[in-house]
Design a protein around this ligand. Sequence first.
Ligand SMILES: NC(=O)c1ccc[n+]([C@@H]2O[C@H](COP(=O)([O-])OP(=O)(O)OC[C@H]3O[C@@H](n4cnc5c(N)ncnc54)[C@H](OP(=O)(O)O)[C@@H]3O)[C@@H](O)[C@H]2O)c1
Length: 336
Amino acid sequence: MQNRQILLKSRPEGWVTNENFGIDNCDVPELSEGQVMVRTVYLSVDPYLRGRMNDAKSYVPPFAIGGPIDSGIVGQVIESRFEGLSEGDYVLGRLPWALVSATNGKELYKLDPDIAPLSYYLGILGMPGQTAWVGLKAIGNLQEGENVFVSGASGAVGQVVGQIAKNMGCHVVGSAGGADKVAYLRELGFDGAIDYKATPNLFKAVAESCPNGVDVYFENVGGDILEAVINVLNFKARIAVCGYISAYNSTLADMPPGPRNLPILIGRGARMEGFIVSQYPKECAEWVQTGAQWLKEGKLKYRETIVEGLENAPNAFVDMLKGKNMGKMIVKVADE
Ligand SMILES: NC(=O)c1ccc[n+]([C@@H]2O[C@H](COP(=O)([O-])OP(=O)(O)OC[C@H]3O[C@@H](n4cnc5c(N)ncnc54)[C@H](OP(=O)(O)O)[C@@H]3O)[C@@H](O)[C@H]2O)c1
């Protein structure tokens, strides 16, 4: 059997394009003791992969030029030399963007397909859903009935943030790009939804949608929306800095300046704290339980954009960074 994988061909300067990726026909890897062979079913395209395309020190190592791209993968075991996993088992792991991969069995997490659709383990029950929970609970210290704002609100993380906060009786406002995305936020029960691409005055729109101010701001985007929310922060507000996607394709030289109104944090006794989800394993495990229970009880919805074919993964990634996804962007590599 022939294998195929997606490689990093060159490092992007500014916006990433399909030309930064390559596709390689290669041999199926040999299986060693303790390893399993996994055929990829779904792969996750995530904004943080953009950072890994740069040659920069970060919390995850950069991709090597000529080396495979990897990310969260849901796959099926097709051969096992590891005691804890058998042929046919579905697993989650960080694996190369390839048709099949050999990997250590102990680095994989066995999935139960009866709990939720398998792709949900890359979204609402996986890293993005866990990020929403960690940001709101561990960083934002969200309390019942508070006022929440989330940017990037219809995305993989944002749609979960809004629903967790609604399930906690909060007033929730979100921003997203486009009428269809804003309509989805309303469908989810958001109290306010701002189409930042069509709003001439973001400061006014945010102030009007948040009549009682903002206690917790879940930041996914940065830039103008951050300034607009800082203006309406309440006393002792918390900003959970999860992401800053508006700057991911900028180089240091053309990075926009930070929020002009940052001094507002002083008088309002507000706190701004960044986080990386993997640094909170206890809260992540808590979300997998809570999220599965809430899904069962019908307390959560989840939208995905599923693109078919391994060769379309680079384009799916570029499209996601441009906002062409509705909800979590996933690539389906093979049938379940
Ligand atoms: N800290 C952590 O551990 C952690 C973990 C996971 C994710 N994150 C971060 O969380 C954020 C959301 O990730 P996700 O996986 O849920 O992605 P996502 O929201 O599903 O997809 C990315 C979205 O970003 C928006 N976007 C792109 N450029 C933008 C710009 N210039 N201004 C405003 N919005 C822009 C687009 O939506 P619109 O159409 O609405 O513009 C796009 O659909 C990212 O910043 C990511 O890096 C952090």
